[in-house]
Design a protein around this ligand. Structure first.
Ligand SMILES: [Zn+2]
Length: 285
């Protein structure tokens, strides 16, 4: 990716005011560094770009790849901007082309697109040593898991046995964690939800989260009893407005017979896939 074999003595990236210099009769040079009295333009032969014109750094006098050079773009390539590549030394990325890779996690082939590379290296300014080794789906899943672990760590640190909110957040974070990682204690989530229910007797939410935890503990009957209690308490006057609607809809769906539930899940998946397919290119990263 980066041609590190070429050393230069000038700070190229910092110098944006250099005059553009077009090589007239490029003279091949195997020694790009060092001062020479010969005024003829020099070039550096790069594996990726061929003959790259060199310019002399105004301060250090070292020969360096011309950051303003614009080689012809190959088909599908994305133009790079050397002024946004503070990390480069040697040859900058004049353009990015799609790289075909195999995901280290799921083994599927994926494309690390030119656009993504430009976004990584110029917008996010990742160092070029960081490169995509996972497909987009695995990268997204990894980020989700990281976020879920962080949520659980925060909830676990903040849990207070006298505070129903903190107990509920802990139960919810634990349920999410168990669902994603298939590890963790459903019993702890059940205990936290029950403690919250004892502290706030009129609050419906503890029943919902106990239901979710009971499902994970393979106790469908207990889970259903919890969802029913949740829906009953959620209907109480003065309470309904405070209960998140998505929890009510979710509890109602979880109480459906298994076949109907599976059908709903499938319909939802089809919708989600349809929505995902719409944009031509997925967002970088
Ligand atoms: Zn993957």
């Amino acid at each position: 990716m980066i041609d590190r074999s070429l050393l230069h003595t000038g700070g190229v990236a910092k110098d944006k005011n250099r005059q553009k210099k077009q090589p007239k009769k490029p003279k091949q040079s195997s020694k790009p560094t060092g001062r020479d009295d010969d005024a003829e333009p020099r070039v550096w032969t790069s594996q990726k770009y061929g003959a790259v014109p060199l310019v002399q750094h105004p301060e250090s006098g070292g020969w360096t790849c011309d950051p303003s050079w614009q080689p012809k773009l190959p088909r599908g390539a994305v133009r790079g901007d050397p002024s946004k590549q503070p990390w480069y030394w040697g040859t900058p990325e004049y353009y990015y082309t799609d790289i075909h890779r195999t995901c280290v996690q799921c083994g599927q082939d994926f494309v690390f697109s030119g656009e993504e590379q430009k976004f990584w290296y110029e917008t996010l300014q990742f160092i070029p040593d960081s490169t995509a080794i996972r497909c987009q789906r695995c990268r997204r899943a990894k980020r989700t898991e990281k976020a879920i672990r962080a949520r659980l760590a925060n909830a676990s640190a903040a849990v207070d046995d006298r505070d129903a909110r903190s107990l509920l957040e802990y139960a919810a974070a634990l349920v999410e964690f168990i669902e994603v990682t298939s590890t963790g204690s459903a019993a702890k989530a059940i205990a936290a939800a029950r403690k919250a229910a004892r502290l706030e007797k009129a609050s419906p939410e503890p029943h919902y989260w106990e239901g979710r935890a009971q499902e994970l503990a393979h106790q469908p009957d207990k889970a259903n009893a919890c969802y029913r209690r949740f829906l009953e308490t959620a209907m109480a006057p003065g309470v309904a407005a405070t209960v998140p609607r998505r929890l009510v809809a979710d509890a109602e769906e979880r109480l459906l017979p298994p076949e109907q539930r599976a059908e709903r899940a499938q319909t939802r998946k089809r919708w989600e896939n349809k929505r995902k397919k719409k944009p031509k290119r997925s967002k970088p990263l």
